[in-house]
Design a protein around this ligand. Structure first.
Ligand SMILES: [Zn+2]
Length: 132
């Protein structure tokens, strides 16, 4: 499901909240993966058999790969949240937040990453580019 579809489904505030919670779960997983890497490095310093050496090496490589994926996902989700959040203020009354206008009311903007937002206060409409 794309960012535009998720914002339309949950609304801006719930989408933003979910975006932050999910991205921070990736951050916690990154920290746990780093602990696995450090533990694997510690175990690698005193291998007792070839099997243990292989197992410890897999811990380091697996933890490193998991950490890399989590870091990229965390950064990407935070950048999208920041990008959309910076456009979430009504240009007319400066009220924060918006209501996504359904596609059948606003029509297609011709770009799949954009959608029309409507101010909850004054009803002004403007387009928001999700960029992802
Ligand atoms: Zn407004």
């Amino acid at each position: 499901m794309s960012t535009v579809e998720r914002i339309r489904k949950y609304g801006y505030r719930k989408w933003y909240e979910r975006q932050l919670v999910e991205s921070h779960l990736y951050l916690v997983t990154l920290v746990l993966a780093l602990i696995v890497v450090v533990a694997g490095l510690e175990l690698l310093s005193e291998p007792t058999s070839r099997f243990e050496l292989l197992y410890d090496g897999l811990l380091v490589v697996g933890g490193g790969c998991l950490g890399w994926v989590c870091l990229r996902r965390y950064a990407q989700m935070m950048m999208v949240a920041e990008h959309v959040g910076s456009q979430a203020v009504c240009p007319a009354c400066q009220r924060d937040g918006f209501r996504p206008v359904p596609e059948n009311e606003s029509g297609s903007l011709g770009r799949p990453l954009q959608f029309v937002a409507s101010c909850r206060g004054c009803g002004t409409r403007w387009s928001i580019d999700t960029g992802a």
